[in-house]
Design a protein around this ligand. Structure first.
Ligand code: 5GP
Length: 194
């Protein structure tokens, strides 16, 4: 998605060979116009998948997920990273190791929000080693529902998550695929090496 690639090139800060900071439009401040386009793009890529609900994880997945849900005319639910006082019984949980925070979180979704006949589109901001995506897929499977696909805003294709999920037979659509963050420079998968 060209508008997203351009935004990454103008605003993205390469923190290391493996970490990209995009806090001006995705991870802290959010760009509603770009987010609307992202939602429309995911919706068109999954329009034939029979999606009945979107699942994401707080907090940065929520904006692209709600825009996609609006376009597909389905509801969106986000997995919580911490148990809340009002969310205690009837939970489906999974363990997720966080790539950026280097800690394990138990993520949870109330079981009443995912039904056995649901076809779930999982949306997230980044795909690195796939821990978050596998945790969300685990929750869908525990609910007895079906994963209809995974939509990722920024995939770091040099890490293993995308390959592993695609090998498991699940359709993954990433709107920007980063080939490399070496030497402080963002290169996309489509780019010819310079
Ligand atoms: P994974 O679970 O695929 O290893 O990592 C995905 C999660 O880690 C995303 O939900 C995102 O929050 C975070 N993440 C992974 N890599 C990056 C990165 O390069 N930049 C930012 N901002 N977040 C990342």
């Amino acid at each position: 998605m060209k508008a997203l690639q351009n935004k990454i090139l103008t605003d993205g800060i390469v923190l290391s060979d493996t970490v990209l900071k995009v806090d001006t439009f995705l991870n802290h401040q959010m760009d509603p116009v770009l987010m609307k386009e992202i939602g429309e793009e995911f919706a068109s890529r999954f329009e034939d998948a029979g999606i009945t609900k979107i699942l994401t994880i707080e907090s940065s997945g929520i904006a692209p997920a709600i825009m996609t849900a609006l376009k597909l005319n389905v509801e969106m639910v986000f997995a919580r990273k911490r148990k809340s006082l009002t969310l205690q019984d009837g939970l489906i949980t999974s363990k997720v190791y966080s790539f950026t925070k280097k800690e394990e979180n138990e993520i949870s979704v109330a079981d009443k929000f995912i039904q056995e006949d649901d076809v779930i589109l999982i949306i997230d901001d980044f795909l690195a080693n796939g821990q978050a995506a596998f945790g969300l897929m685990d929750i869908v499977q525990k609910a007895g529902a079906k994963v209809g696909g995974i939509g990722i805003v920024i995939e770091k294709a040099f890490q293993d998550g995308g390959k592993q999920i695609r090998q498991s037979g699940v359709k993954v659509e990433s709107l920007a695929r980063i080939q490399s963050l070496s030497n402080g420079k963002v290169t996309f998968v489509e780019d010819k090496p310079t």
